[in-house]
Ligand binder design. Structure first.
Ligand code: SF4
Length: 341
């Protein structure tokens, strides 16, 4: 009988899932991913996570608690960074140890550490670490090497499908194509173009984001997300504006906002921020300053946490969309960051 390994569907799951899943499946394990966040998982999160944690970290606890009696192992990698100088959130590194120290009844946690910026990891050490994880489940080196190779292919394919190239972005900006679901339009209504910006584990978790993608779709909005943006444009924007950020994932967020503020090719930007998130606050403040200086493309910053009410968020979004539809093309405005509870 094969071992079951559980992967919580939260935080960096949304960055690396195809790689991990392929790797463990190729090793012969049964991979159990926790389901989409639900009310029950949120309740588990609130009751099991430290109060001071950000909402998304709490959700990670909830997903872990959901899995703990269903699997033989948990996979909670300690992820530092995959960038040579910039780092991810320190919480990604500490989560496995925090969970283990708080809950002694958890299954064994597989927790490899990977950090290019601070741990001097590289492709070789990455392979060695993956190999050591593989050895935990099989003594067959060929099987581990093949699993690693297939996992890397799956990851590359996933990134290729997710991230658009510059030409595709340009065609989207000119409304020649859509890069997400087709918006629902009323009679004679044109789609609005909006960049939905935020951490992948927020904008892709419909419960955490209060289903914002669907709400925008129902309001006739054609979106692109920050994780879909061409990497070279993001880096170009940050270099051009000397807005260098130490946090790897916030580069994607700020670079996307800067790109659209400067290029003015869309109707608006919505930035989903998590209350209590240090890196988000930093990127949000810089974005807000750039937006005040150049307010042609309005920026709506929504701060959410576990107390945010769906109705409140919906009202704000509807008001924003309504303003975008009504505004005269020569009228520019900027909305301040809003905390909605
Ligand atoms: S980056 Fe922010 S939202 Fe993400 S885990 Fe860290 S503190 Fe939480």
């Amino acid at each position: 009988m094969s071992h079951k390994i559980g992967i919580p569907k939260a935080l960096i799951y949304y960055k690396f899932a195809p790689m991990w899943r392929t790797f463990f499946e190729e090793l012969g394990l049964e991979v159990i991913i926790s389901p989409e966040t639900t009310k029950k998982i949120r309740e588990l999160a609130i009751s099991s996570a430290p109060d001071e944690d950000c909402y998304t970290t709490k959700l990670y606890f909830g997903h872990t608690m959901y899995l703990k009696n269903k699997v033989d192992f948990l996979f909670i990698p300690r992820f530092g960074s995959k960038h040579k100088t910039d780092i991810g959130c320190p919480k990604f590194i500490g989560l496995a140890d925090v969970l283990r120290s708080m809950y002694s009844d958890l299954p064994e946690i597989i927790m490899p550490h990977f950090n290019i910026a601070k741990g001097r990891d590289n492709k070789i050490s990455f392979f060695i670490k993956a190999y050591l994880v593989g050895l935990r489940f099989t003594k067959n080196p060929i099987k581990i090497i093949q699993a690693f190779r297939k996992a890397m292919i799956a990851y590359k394919q996933y990134k290729k499908q997710l991230i658009v190239d510059i030409e595709t972005l340009s065609r989207w900006e000119q409304s020649e194509i859509m890069v997400n679901d087709f918006p629902i339009l009323k009679k004679d209504e044109k789609p609005l173009k909006i960049a939905l910006v935020g951490h992948s584990y927020v904008i892709n978790d419909s419960y955490c984001s209060l289903d914002i993608r669907n709400k925008l779709r129902e309001l006739g909005v054609d979106i692109i997300t920050s994780e879909q943006m061409p990497r070279e444009l993001i880096e170009e924007q940050l270099a051009e504006h000397e807005a260098n950020l130490y946090f790897e994932f916030e580069r994607e967020i700020l670079g996307t906002i800067l790109y659209f503020i400067n290029n003015k090719t869309i109707d608006g930007i919505i930035h989903l921020m998590i209350f209590g998130c240090g890196p988000d606050s930093l990127a949000g403040e810089v974005a807000s300053r750039f937006s005040r200086r150049n307010p042609v493309v309005p920026l709506l910053q929504l701060v959410i946490d576990d107390l945010t009410a769906e109705t409140g968020l919906k009202t704000r979004i509807e008001a924003f969309i309504d303003m975008l539809r009504r505004r005269d093309s020569s009228f520019a405005f900027q909305l301040p960051a809003l905390r909605i509870t």
